[in-house]
Design a binder for this molecule. Structure first.
Ligand code: C2E
Ligand code: MG
Ligand code: MG
Ligand code: MG
Length: 282
């Protein structure tokens, strides 16, 4: 294809070529590493209960360090894993390890007793997605009615096929798992979804939290989302809290949970144990 010799076109051409090469490289390395979960590790980002000020739950965030590519962000490799059908194997490995971990914490009376796992955007397209989840719960002997496991799903994933998603979510909630709607506010958020979706928790996207407390619109929208959630019985989590003023604002409007660099970055198991190893919290 002919690339025109004017500045912006060259940039477009180069970027497209670069990103395609990069995608193929990542795909190639992913295929190798996924087999034995090589270079992957589960990180845990704490969530703080804004009423008790205790950190009692966390979210699993995947990290990948590849021999050739170094650290690759999940924001980059997860969409590629989804595009090429590799995400299911990855999700299996993550969910299996997350179940083992939360069960261990439960036995040890570790301060963190609830763990959230992200499901991929293509989860609801799977014929056997729920079977996969149930199989792993059985293998790890985790009963979600006594051990708290939350699944984080996005609106965009649900919107692809709302009826199918509702059916699958109903079934998962039926066995005791809870469901969080992640990144709320970034998709085509509609009140109809809040009315109809079988969910337990709403996570307000950090795009709204960012502007707090300076931006009156972000303040107002966030306050309203918190209010609606409480009115209809949803638990509400704010993500991306980075400064004290945001913590104070969200606490003052009655938000249930906060998550963000202000409290803690995602931590390795070692770091997490070092910080929360005893039943006391700092
Ligand atoms: P997410 O589930 O919405 O996770 C929140 C992202 O925001 C994480 O990025 C987290 O590190 C980051 N974050 C947390 N607190 C702050 C903050 O205060 N400020 C800022 N600027 N960022 C903050 P991360 O780990 O790079 O993950 C990005 C996305 O990749 C996740 O968004 C999720 O959609 C996906 N992802 C990560 N791990 C997994 C996984 O195990 N499975 C699947 N399917 N997706 C995953
Ligand atoms: Mg999430
Ligand atoms: Mg999120
Ligand atoms: Mg996000």
């Amino acid at each position: 294809r002919a690339a025109k010799k004017n500045g912006s076109d060259w940039v477009v051409y180069d970027e497209a070529k670069h990103s395609d090469e990069r995608e193929q490289e990542i795909l190639h390395e992913l295929k190798k590493d996924i087999v034995e979960f090589t270079g992957f590790s589960l990180y845990y980002q704490p969530k703080i209960n804004l009423k008790t000020r205790k950190i009692d739950s966390a979210e699993v965030l995947l990290r990948w360090e590849n021999k050739q590519l170094g650290m690759v962000s999940p924001a980059e490799f997860i969409p590629i894993a989804e595009k090429y059908g590799l995400i299911q194997d990855l999700t299996k490995s993550i969910f299996f390890r997350a179940c083992q971990q939360v069960k261990r914490w439960n036995q040890e009376h570790f301060p963190i007793q609830k763990l959230a796992v992200n499901l991929s955007a293509t989860f609801f397209q799977l014929q056997n997605g729920n079977e996969m989840i149930k199989d792993i719960l059985e293998q790890t002997e985790v009963n979600p009615k006594s051990i708290n496991i939350e699944l984080e799903v996005t609106e965009t994933a649900i919107m692809e096929n709302v009826n199918r998603a509702i059916e699958m979510l109903d079934d998962l909630r039926g066995i005791g798992l809870t469901i969080a709607l992640d990144d709320f506010g970034t998709g085509l958020s509609s009140l109809t979804y809040l009315k109809n979706l079988p969910i337990d928790t709403l996570k307000i996207d950090k795009a709204f939290i960012e502007g707090i407390p300076g931006d009156e619109k972000d303040n107002g929208i966030t306050e309203l989302i918190v209010l609606i959630s409480k009115k209809i019985g949803l638990e509400i989590v704010a993500e991306g809290i980075e400064i004290l003023e945001q913590d104070q604002f969200l606490t003052s409007i009655g938000c249930d949970y906060g998550q963000g660099y202000f409290y803690s970055k995602p931590l390795s198991l070692e770091q997490l144990t070092e910080r929360f190893g005893s039943s006391k919290q700092n």
